[in-house]
Write a protein that binds this ligand. Sequence first.
Ligand code: NAD
Length: 291
Amino acid sequence: MSVESVSGTAQIIDGKATAKALRAEVREHVLRLSERGLQPGLRVVLVGEDPASQVYVRNKDRAAVEAGFDVDTIRLPATTSQEEVLACVRALNEDPKVHGILVQLPLPGDLDGDRTVEALASHKDVDGLHPANVAALWRGEEGLVPCTPAGCIELLDRYGIEISGKRAVVLGRSMLVGKPLAALLLARNATVTVCHSRTEDLPAVTREADILVAAVGRAGLVQADWVRPGACVIDVGINRNEAGKLVGDVDFEGVRQVAGAITPVPGGVGPMTIAMLLRNTALAAERTLSA
Ligand code: NAD
């Protein structure tokens, strides 16, 4: 598909099917590693009882088991002290059976997410948030890349959407999504603009995009007249609308009439995040063989 092609109804980028294919590939990778005597180990640290995090962690667990990982969730009460969280992370850093550690963020109460991430061994930081991995991403060195932005790039690649030389606009500048995605697009030779809550005349900027990514957290922010005809629109947002329905940051029904390709919510970027987490963990495990 060419992002220049103008069509009445956009191609739907099926994240659910793509993630399924990717998980099957990871399973193959895990089988090859097992032939070399290695089973990738993933530990998820979940502090507190936030219901959304509980659901997310359960889904991660299930996908990791299906892909052949040794996976466990360490559940700590919301009353856990910062020192206890750090001690848990350090013990996992030292455990040779563990190749990937994911601390479910945000942490409850006064617990410091940044300090906790900084305590991770960077080669086990499968969420790609440790400062060493952030630096590696911007320097173009080998590291671990945050799962959601990596999933967005994977979708573009698997749908044959050209990145090099294209104009990419990213809405949102978080450490988790917006900034790493900008770095990845830049590394692939896109011309990248990052917009945020203080950007003036957002629609004028977004209309220039060949690839438009929304990672804001505001239902229906991106309207049809914000989108250049034929552009590829990647919707990272996860929101509940007034009716309680899960929706993205993009007005899907309106924008699909203008865009060349679009990810739905649910079933777009969301499923890719867990698949990329598994891929990162398998990669982290494989690197221990050559370390
Ligand atoms: P965040 O709150 O950390 O960052 C939001 C960003 O949006 C900020 O940089 C802010 O400047 C910008 N912003 C706010 N209002 C804006 C506006 N009106 N116009 C332009 N920019 C604006 O959020 P996040 O962690 O980056 O997540 C963004 C969204 O993506 C959320 O809906 C979140 O639930 C979703 N998300 C989805 C996945 C997934 O797996 N699909 C993973 C992570 C986050």
